[in-house]
Design a binder for this molecule. Structure first.
Ligand code: I6G
Length: 689
């Protein structure tokens, strides 16, 4: 019986793997979704009857695993490089000229060209055909281990198709991405659930992949196309083209939109063709990757520290169109920044209708002299907000006037203020309705009071129904306040498609929210300071203040300018922001009320000045650490008064380098920054030597 089950299980797995390949690799499914689901269900049923027959590479094992507490780091022997960019035709020609010169070839070079997908680069490792590890690019040498997340992507084979010969070890690299249609559907789902929307498919793919809970990754429509290799043992290839032809035979998806080009003219033809077609591809691309096809010539050309000399990414031009400025609105953002926004006659820019474009600030308006009534060129580049590039002055109608931002806030009427050294004009009225929602959202955010579940829609509703006016009111909310709160949701009604409906939060959500609010009462001084949204005080400076004032709110509220400026890392601008904040009685009243409402924190340990031996020092960690995880080492630095940074600059005090350290180590040497080992780092830390 078990033998029969085993045979059927193996048969089903083969069939399902084959259908995955037909779907994801060849884009030519031969069965319907329902038939595919039926095969999966049969396999699941058999495996649950015979749990001893479940193997990690079974297609049923893609559902995600228990959450991890953090992503581990991995080191690689063959660095994952990035690509240098070529700005348009001229630099692509310059690349070709350099390749010709450095290779001393006279005839046209053969290039293999592929679309440059806008996703997240990853590496997959197969040992004897089994998927054993997957990682992000990271800094090239060290990446994050996202094996469990990558396992959930159905396009990634858990075992290689073995009709063709396979290498003993294969490290294959590719781009994980999301199709635009899948991205739109995901955002509709998120809107329904009251969750914040992703800005674009790239962010959505990257965010989905770096989850600690792989069950979340499993629910996201991720795809992959592979294009390169790390280490390969047991097989050799002579060209990029040959490699791309072999990958699909193993079940690894390759973008079919690649083309072999003889010489730069053919490359440019493909580049322009793809640029024209980019709007009709199902995924976002931002350029064309051009690679020398011949591997022997690639080796001859070699690599720079971060990118190969044999490849380049030809970027596409930002997409532009011409239209008319119908109005200019001064828009007040959540931090009080006032941004002039042009209202445009709607125009199609690269497949997207654009009706607004940012004018950035008054200086930019003056520089471009944009006026209401002007005909302007607008552009959209990648995921950035459309912007006005220039005015077509010949088309300027008579009687237009230069535009000036208003002197008063268009939302609350308060005076607008532009600090002398800044380009941004601000409304400094903290009670300005345009800022209230933003401040609430910041207050409840993860690094601040961390109230899980208080999403934008709920906060907005709490404000508009008057249930909360100040952040203190969050701590006075009752079950009854929440349970009947109606939020607009997108629901899919039969025959009507997606429809906006008001839906009450209900018992479950209300109970969860109250528990999250309750849990947030116990916090840290630093979190509370950060949550208050004092200008220029981010999470790090909030921790610096926590140490400097030893978590003592009274001392902090009465600090003088001299005391503040004496705190290491606090300059006059930050001190100014703090003083402005604490001198405002309504802010102090809010802090006191929060404390009365039960917000409490423990005095931090080891924060007396004497226990901050790393004060004023910045550390960058690179390579693999052996005694600590990277997160532990960074937390240790912060706890002892130092700063942990992610990139090396002349301000870095120490680079702590472990095995596999890469470009950060090079940079440290270049800048003459002290490089120490993990052991030496631990010796700097009291109690560790
Ligand atoms: O980031 C990349 C995207 C696409 C690449 C790449 C690529 O080929 C289609 N190829 C290489 C060699 C590198 N990065 C380093």
């Amino acid at each position: 019986m078990t033998e029969r089950a085993q045979r059927r299980i193996e048969e089903l797995r083969k069939q399902i793997d084959g259908h995955n390949i037909r779907y994801y690799v060849y884009d030519s499914p031969t069965i319907s979704d329902a038939e595919y689901d039926a095969l999966m269900r049969e396999l699941e049923a058999l495996e649950s009857e015979h749990p001893e027959l479940v193997t990690p590479d079974s297609p049923t094992q893609r559902v995600g695993a228990e959450p991890q507490s953090k992503l581990a780091t991995i080191s690689r022997r063959v660095p994952m490089l990035s690509l240098a960019n070529a700005m348009y035709e001229k630099e692509l020609r310059a690349f070709d000229e350099r390749v010709l010169r450095e290779s001393a070839r006279s005839g046209p070079i053969e290039y293999l060209c592929e679309p440059k997908l806008d996703g997240l680069a990853v590496e997959l490792t197969y040992e004897d055909g089994r998927f054993v590890q997957g990682s992000t690019r990271g800094d090239g040498i060290t990446g994050e281990d996202i094996t469990v997340n990558l396992r959930t992507i159905p396009a990634i084979p858990l075992r290689l198709h073995t009709d063709a010969e396979i290498p003993g070890l294969l490290e294959v690299r590719g781009e994980v991405f999301m199709n635009r249609a899948d991205f739109d559907a995901l955002n509709i789902q998120r809107a329904e659930a009251g969750e914040p929307l992703f800005a674009n498919p790239r962010n959505s793919a990257a965010g989905s992949l770096r989850q600690l809970d792989s069950r979340i990754t499993a629910s996201r429509p991720l795809r992959i196309y592979c294009y390169g290799s790390g280490r390969v043992e047991g097989m050799t290839f002579t060209s990029q083209q040959q490699f791309l032809e072999v990958l699909p035979q193993w079940g690894i998806p390759v973008n079919p939109e690649y083309r072999l080009c003889q010489g730069v003219e053919q490359v440019l033809t493909f580049y322009h063709e793809l640029e024209d077609r980019r709007g009709s591809l199902p995924y976002d691309i931002d350029g064309l990757v051009v690679k020398v096809n011949d591997f022997a010539l690639q080796v001859e050309l070699g690599e720079r520290s971060r990118s190969p000399r044999w490849a380049i990414a030809g970027k596409f031009k930002a997409q532009q169109a011409t239209t008319v400025v119908e109005d200019i609105e001064a828009s007040v953002g959540r931090t009080g920044a006032v941004t002039p926004v042009a209202h445009l006659r709607p125009v199609n820019v690269g497949g997207v209708t654009v009706s607004r474009a940012t004018l950035h600030n008054q200086d930019e308006i003056d520089r471009k002299d944009v006026r209401i009534g002007d005909t302007v060129q607008v552009q959209r580049a990648g995921d950035v907000i459309p912007e006005v590039v220039q005015v077509v002055t010949e088309k300027r109608p008579a009687g237009t006037k230069p535009y000036r931002l208003p002197s008063h806030c268009p939302v609350c009427g308060h005076d607008l203020y532009r600090p002398p050294e800044e380009v941004v004009t601000r409304c400094v009225n903290l009670a300005c309705p345009a800022q209230v929602q933003g401040r609430f959202q910041h207050f409840v955010s993860k690094g601040a009071m961390d109230i899980d579940g208080l999403g934008e829609k709920i906060v907005e509703k709490l404000i508009t129904t008057g249930k909360v006016q100040s952040v203190v009111d969050i701590y006075k909310l009752s079950f009854d306040d929440l349970v009947a709160l109606e939020i607009e949701r997108t629901v899919h009604l039969k025959d009507e498609g997606p429809t906006q409906k008001m839906v009450a939060l209900g018992d479950k959500v209300a109970t969860k929210l109250l528990a999250a609010i309750e849990a947030s009462r116990e916090t840290t001084f630093a979190r509370l300071i950060y949550a208050l949204g004092i200008r220029n005080v981010g999470e790090h400076l909030a921790r610096v203040l926590e140490r400097a004032f030893n978590g003592d709110m009274e001392r902090f509220l009465h600090a003088t300018r001299d005391e503040l400026e004496a705190v290491h890392e606090l300059g006059p601008i930050v001190a100014d922001g703090i003083l402005r904040f604490v001198e405002d009685e309504s802010n102090v009243a809010i802090i006191k009320e929060l404390i009365r409402a039960g917000i409490n924190w423990a005095r931090p340990e080891g924060t007396e000045p004497a226990a901050a031996p790393l004060e004023g020092q910045t550390f960058v960690f690179t390579g693999t650490l052996e005694r600590l995880t990277r997160a532990e080492a960074e937390a240790m630095v912060e706890r002892l008064g130092g700063r942990a940074a992610s990139s090396v600059s002349s301000k870095t005090s120490y680079v702590v380098a472990g095995p596999g350290a890469g470009s950060k180590l090079d940079k440290a040497r270049e800048l003459g920054v002290s490089v120490i080992s993990e052991e030496e780092f631990l010796n700097l830390v009291p109690g560790n030597s």
